[in-house]
Design a binder for this molecule. Sequence first.
Ligand code: ZN
Length: 107
Amino acid sequence: MTTTYKSTDPYLEARGDFVLAKIAMIGDPNAEDMTYEALIEAQVLGYRDASVAHETGEDIECSPFFADVPELKREWLDGWSRHDEMAEMAECSGCNNSRGDPCPIHG
Ligand SMILES: [Zn+2]
């Protein structure tokens, strides 16, 4: 275990970005809301984790760095369900027809 100031934990990174963006808004009420960057990152991680879970059968829980921040947790879960939806469509015969359009359920 090495001690570095730069985190290599992507969840901690996103959490840090989120907190800093919030603090920036406290300092300047007219500042642009930059939290969306961290929220996108959380969603990407959720999507990625779902894909790993899908491939390995591993059970992946929400990182504690997201679990106590409702916005980050919501985006992470959203990324997860986006992946599940994609995976479902990939396996759905109705979606994999000759037209290439999603079936009525997934369309
Ligand atoms: Zn379908």
